[in-house]
Design a protein around this ligand. Structure first.
Ligand SMILES: C[S@@+](CC[C@H](N)C(=O)[O-])C[C@H]1O[C@@H](n2cnc3c(N)ncnc32)[C@H](O)[C@@H]1O
Length: 377
């Protein structure tokens, strides 16, 4: 039994191997500098030999004035201990999960600059600590939870398949974080309540962006799904977002609204009392009622300007039922099909739907329902 469980775990982990590019990390983290002062940063899904998160923090250790950097990796990681020169420090026959603890970074080699060779030397000399973990490095394991408790800010790209659990743990231990996740995670019933209550936000360099992630050799890629550069495979991943609970300047910037509310331009949903605003830039500046907007609204969301009421999607898992969104119903459904409408919609679903000015039955995919706190008179 335990063999099967382990196999299952390893299979899932295999699909989670997407390695974040250093440039993507740099682009986002430059907005958080003030938060790192004298803090303990924990990267808990990061092979210290591989992760660009580790590389970023260790090479910027002094600039950010970090107190400590802790990095742990997972035994399932198939490329553990294969790339960086750091692997010379600890040679093992099989990939083992490690814990790296860094409290000092300086020009140990004396070559005039700080690079990964200094980092390796500082591990060798014992000034920083590199030790095998007792267990498999699972972020939920006791030893990793102990490290989590000790740390201030968690920064990583966690396994996509465990995103819900991952966030739940951070919330449980009341940790600050900057992590990568999929755009659709916003509407997970475990995540949306935090978005609604202004406890989790999207980061800065998140605009539904599609990015390349390095992946292990065994990934099958086509021209559409990835590329190979210098023998290294990169997968093209859609809808990647940064999720954080650290305060950002962006969150306090007011969205400039230019449109006036004209009833003909903003149809009402048939199953919820709100208007459809299909483009975030079209949010009217003078509408005081409820509005349905695409989830990319969260890129511009300022809690002083707008209130989030809920979220409507197909399943009603979070929000739709609770907010009182009605089922789509047979009538709209039959008109939609008669007009040639396709897709996965059924009368029992709870995404918000409407008729446009020409009587065309229009579905929506997912909508965040909002209200302007200070609509223009
Ligand atoms: C999306 S990858 C990102 C890797 C690295 N953080 C980065 O950004 O380059 C997720 C990583 O989490 C690891 N992982 C999978 N399950 C894990 C678990 N239960 N606990 C800790 N790490 C896990 C995988 O081995 C994988 O390396």
């Amino acid at each position: 039994m335990s063999g099967n469980v382990d196999l299952g775990k390893a299979k899932t982990a295999k699909k989670d191997e997407f390695y974040t590019e250093l440039t993507d990390i740099e682009k986002e983290l430059r907005y958080y500098k003030k938060h790192f002062y004298n803090k303990i940063v924990f990267c808990n899904c990061d092979d210290p030999f591989e992760s660009n998160f580790f590389k970023y923090f260790v090479l910027n250790f002094n600039r950010l004035k970090l107190k400590k950097l802790i990095c742990t990796c997972y035994a399932g990681s198939p490329i553990a201990n294969t790339q960086f020169s750091l692997s010379d420090v600890v040679k093992t026959a099989t990939p083992k999960p490690y814990k790296a603890v860094v409290t000092t970074v300086y020009d140990k080699t004396g070559d005039g600059g700080i690079d990964m060779f200094d980092v390796a030397e500082l591990f060798k000399s014992g000034e920083n600590e590199l030790t095998e973990l007792k267990g498999d490095g699972d972020f939920r394991s006791e030893e990793c939870v102990e490290l989590l408790k000790e740390s201030d800010i968690v920064v990583t790209n966690p396994p996509f398949s465990l995103f819900r659990e991952y966030i739940a743990q951070l919330v449980e231990y009341d940790k600050k974080f900057i992590i990568i996740g999929n755009i659709n995670a916003v509407t997970y019933k475990e995540i949306f309540p935090y978005i609604k209550e202004n406890k989790i936000f999207w980061g800065v360099t998140t605009n539904g962006s599609n990015r390349y992630f390095r992946v292990p050799e065994y990934y099958d890629l086509t021209e559409k799904t990835g590329k190979i550069e210098n023998g290294i495979k990169y997968a093209f991943v859609k809808g990647i977002m940064w999720y954080t609970n650290l305060d950002l300047k962006k969150r306090h910037e007011e969205m400039i609204l230019t449109k006036k509310y004209i009833p003909e331009e903003y149809p009402k949903y048939i199953n919820y009392d709100a208007i459809e605003v299909s483009k975030v830039t079209d949010i009217p500046r003078d509408y005081e009622g409820k509005m349905g907007v695409p989830i990319t609204f969260l890129n511009k969301y300022n809690p002083d300007q707008f209130e989030i009421i809920g979220c409507a999607d197909f399943t009603g898992l979070y929000g739709s039922d609770w907010m009182g969104v009605q089922r789509i119903g047979e009538e709209w459904m039959s008109n939609y099909r008669k007009q040639g409408g396709r897709g996965h919609y059924t009368a029992n679903m709870t995404s918000v739907v409407y008729y446009d000015n020409n009587g065309k039955a229009c579905p929506t995919f997912k909508r965040i329902l909002i209200r302007n706190k200070h609509p223009e008179e």
